[in-house]
Design a binder for this molecule. Structure first.
Ligand SMILES: *Cc1c(COP(=O)(O)O)cnc(C)c1O
Length: 411
């Protein structure tokens, strides 16, 4: 297709998406308001941007930021650190913090995210939870919803310590899980046994719906700072929010027993964490709009997409189902061509650590692996789905989309 033709197509799609865009604007307002309130309530000052070194005792910026995260999530406590490499590391640390030998971990959203397979022991590893005698089981979703009766039956017959829920779809073909469904299942779990710890993998889902998992009855929630809440500014890191006693355990798991959250130098990173969080409501809104537009345009071009442009959008991820490996590869290469960094690099499928299939990845990003920046990836396996997410601004996302469409419609 000619560029002019593509631009016309996109202009039409934008009109069609106007109701969705309005809804996204109100989310941006809601969360900007929350973030600003939390900054003001906790007296963010220039001093917060100075980091500590060494042990990192009394790091004003770090401690204040954690109060801000706690307030934004309506949680009892939070830990937000650059010592977490990324979301996967924070998820692993949280599992090891909460579980002891002979305890049982249950996933109720099917098989967890690829990087957790060796952590749990679904795939053998000498340092897995399984190697420490921690048991694991999973219950699949049915029709993109929890299997409520099976969960009830399972909990009545087994002593479960931690339940894991992954909101975003990961590299699966299911839909991401809305907060309403999480509320419903959390009520069910707590009605059977209030002591079960409900842990949520919240990656990609921050600021996409009006409530968060802690506000609907979950105990602890984990996310990556190279995704939504880093706002494209945080160069690495992750957060965990939730019940105070549980966050204390996570702190001792991340650093060391006896010191926990009290140590951990922020070095020079505080300002970036603050500025990233400050921008996050707008960057998530841009990402949601680019995802919505992509769904609308690609569907117009005859591709199957999930979610559709006017469906619920509990995360920033857009799937395009190509049913053809060549088209998937071309689309991903097009997104790379439309990127600000490494636009001349040609991504090819490769064996990524932590993932089972070969993966192709477009990541012309300022931060390596950042997926709050416009990025697109997909495992090379049927039905050849592109997982596209992010965009620091709406317009840059639109330009990336134009390039990708040029690639897949080239004769
Ligand atoms: C991205 C992601 C992770 C891992 O986060 P990283 O920061 O990439 O380590 C875990 N779970 C889900 C659902 C994700 O999308």
């Amino acid at each position: 297709m000619e560029r002019k033709e593509i631009v016309e197509l996109i202009n039409k799609a934008e009109e069609k998406c106007s109701e969705e865009f309005d809804r996204i604007d109100s989310l941006e307002f809601l969360y900007s308001n929350k973030v600003l309130d939390a900054f003001q309530k906790n007296n963010v000052s220039e001093g917060c941007f100075n980091g500590t070194t060494g042990y990192g005792y009394s790091d004003l910026g770090r401690d204040t930021l954690e109060l801000i995260y706690k307030d934004i999530f309506n949680a009892e406590d939070a830990i937000v650190r650059n010592q977490f490499i990324s979301g996967s590391h924070a998820l692993a640390k949280t599992f090891f913090a909460l579980l002891r030998p002979t305890d049982l971990l249950l996933s109720i959203s099917g098989t967890p995210y690829d990087t957790l397979h060796e952590v749990i022991g679904i795939k053998d590893n000498n340092s897995s939870l399984k190697s420490f005698g921690i048991k694991y089981d999973e219950i699949d979703l049915v029709d993109d919803d929890f299997d409520y009766s099976k969960i009830e039956d399972y909990l009545n017959n087994n002593k479960v310590k931690v339940i894991e829920i992954q909101r975003s779809k990961g590299y699966s073909t299911r839909k991401s899980i809305t907060i309403d469904k999480i509320e419903k299942v959390a009520k069910l779990i707590k009605s059977i046994n209030k002591d079960i710890i409900i842990m949520v993998d919240n990656c990609y889902c921050e600021f996409t719906e009006e409530k968060n998992p802690i506000e609907v009855g979950c105990d602890i929630c984990v996310g990556s700072l190279i995704k939504n809440l880093g706002g494209g500014i945080a160069p690495n890191g992750a957060y965990v929010v939730g019940r105070k006693d549980l966050i204390e355990l996570v702190g001792e798991s991340l650093t060391l027993p006896g010191e926990g959250k009290e140590v951990g130098p922020s070095l020079g990173i505080n300002k970036q964490f603050y500025q990233g969080l400050f921008l996050a409501p707008s960057v998530v809104a841009s990402s949601l709009k680019v995802a919505t537009l992509t769904a609308c345009v690609l569907e117009e071009l005859g591709y199957d997409v999930s979610p559709k442009y006017n469906e619920a959008r509990p995360d920033i991820v857009q799937n395009i189902i190509f049913n053809n490996s060549d088209m998937l590869i071309k689309y991903v290469q097009g997104i790379q061509k439309g990127s600000p960094v490494d636009s001349n690099a040609l991504p090819l499928p490769w064996d990524m650590p932590g993932y089972d299939d070969q993966v192709i990845m477009a990541a012309g990003c300022f931060t390596q692996g950042s997926s709050i920046e416009l990025s697109c990836d997909g495992p090379i396996r049927p039905p050849y789905i592109a997982y596209q997410q992010g965009s620091l601004t709406y317009t840059y996302g639109k330009l990336g989309l134009i390039k990708a469409i040029e690639e897949i419609t080239r004769g």
